[in-house]
Design a protein around this ligand. Sequence first.
Ligand code: TXA
Ligand code: MG
Length: 337
Amino acid sequence: MPSAYLHVDALNPQPGVIAQAAGVLLRGGLVAFPTETVYGLGANALDSAAVEKIYLAKGRPSRNPLIVHVLDADQARQLCDWSATADSLAAQFWPGPLTLVLPRRGPIPDIVTGGGPTVALRSPAHPVARALIAAAGAPLAAPSANPSTAVSATRAEHVRSALDGKIDMILDGGQTAGGIESTVVSLVGDRPRLLRPGLVTKEQLEAVIGHVVVGADQDAGEGVLPSPGLLARHYAPHGQLGLAPDDGHERALELVRAGHRVGWLRLARDEASARPFAVERMKVFVLPADAAGYAARLYDVLHELNAWGADRIIVERPPLGEAWLAIHDRLTRAAAR
Ligand code: TXA
Ligand code: MG
């Protein structure tokens, strides 16, 4: 049976639509919904059987824990050992694209945390996500709404084309603004650790809480793969993606001549170069030269190249520097084979 597909106003979600979606969640079903980062695939976080369906629908390994979405710090406190550092970060960045990993306490079942002693919590800013958590009256476990290792969804159509029939309902609230996933910070060890770079930058975090270590503490068994040597293939488009050492033009043309369907992602340098153009068997995308603008476009472009059937994707290497950490992380994982 196809998934129910409902349009919802992203700024003022219709109470009737939200009530229907909350009903699905309270009956143990799965609802995909927009957040300010990417679309999430939600279940009632307190219902193990419902959360199990998330892993099935995504084909996700069950040791990879899920983010629990809450309305605010008060709701988060009921699910973890909250801390002063968590308080500072939440005051600055919640609601918003920051996920905090804290010692788990209270009613969150094992299946949400991969059986581990910690829980990841985020208070989303998107009005639809917030209305849904409020109407369900429960925290929502929600990974990104894509098959495991595929590119995350920034539009409801991306969710439908990948997961139709595998989930109960899709709420279409238009394109998501952030475009890549939240920043994940662990507050479990003696020092804050950046487990996944995201829309909140390391610099922004450090302005609030001082030095943040990059990468997981392997000894503490923090679940996220931290270093290039351990990179998981993730965020992967259908076509093989390669990071060019330069702007990638020569490589892209070479692949077209060799008979490939090629996507070429380059950086906007000036007004003129900001206009996309296409030659046969090559689609060119000119992405914004600021990290936030680039993030907002990246997955959308990869989905478009999937739909067009690109078998090779060449990406001009984006600038270095902390603002671009999340982009490099996603591109490197997308390139991993
Ligand atoms: O922006 C986002 O964070 C989106 C939206 C839907 O909120 N969600 C998202 O979820 O990206 P997901 O499941 O695709 O990524 C969750 C990340 C994974 O890298 C997971 O390993 C990590 O958070 N994570 C979850 N629980 C954790 C825990 N207890 N300890 C360490 N890492 C955890
Ligand atoms: Mg994901």
